[in-house]
Design a protein around this ligand. Sequence first.
Ligand SMILES: [Fe+2]
Ligand SMILES: [Fe+2]
Length: 185
Amino acid sequence: MTFEEAHVLIKQTLPEKRYIHTLGVVETAERLAIQYGEDVEQARLAAMLHDYAKYFDIEEMRQVVIEEGLDLNLLQYGDELLHAPVGAVLLARQYDLDQAVLSAIRNHTTGEPGMSRLDQILFVADAIEPNRNYPGVELLRAEAAHSLEAAVVATLKQTIEFLLKKSVRIFPLTIETYNDFVNTP
Ligand SMILES: [Fe+2]
Ligand SMILES: [Fe+2]
């Protein structure tokens, strides 16, 4: 699948606001890929497609988790987690896409221990793209300017703190990713 094909698909799939967010993620992922020496085309493609399943029917997404043997924990930690892994599965079914691109899409919400540099770029780009405006986003932007890993850790910390403050459950993979990254010298 080319970037332009992905662009057409996303423009017709996502509502305006999410489409604008997506363009911000594309721009940011491209910038980070250049800065950190990763594949720019893969970064742009993964960014364009990352929220593909964001507004899909929740019951259908839960069904995909079961059918595909994905982590059943996904059914118990809030529906917000579904669109990344389910989006990757649905895109892989319909289009020819590199595993590296699918991995970045799959991991963009929760992270994953040992995630690739491309995964990290999308994970951070999704959090700091120019349309994002929440307390702490400037700190993440500052971290991303000097270290991709530091930006991943800071993003994970903010995610976990946000969930703690809301007194909601924290997906184990996110905690595992945090542990993995802070243990890396
Ligand atoms: Fe997302
Ligand atoms: Fe997103």
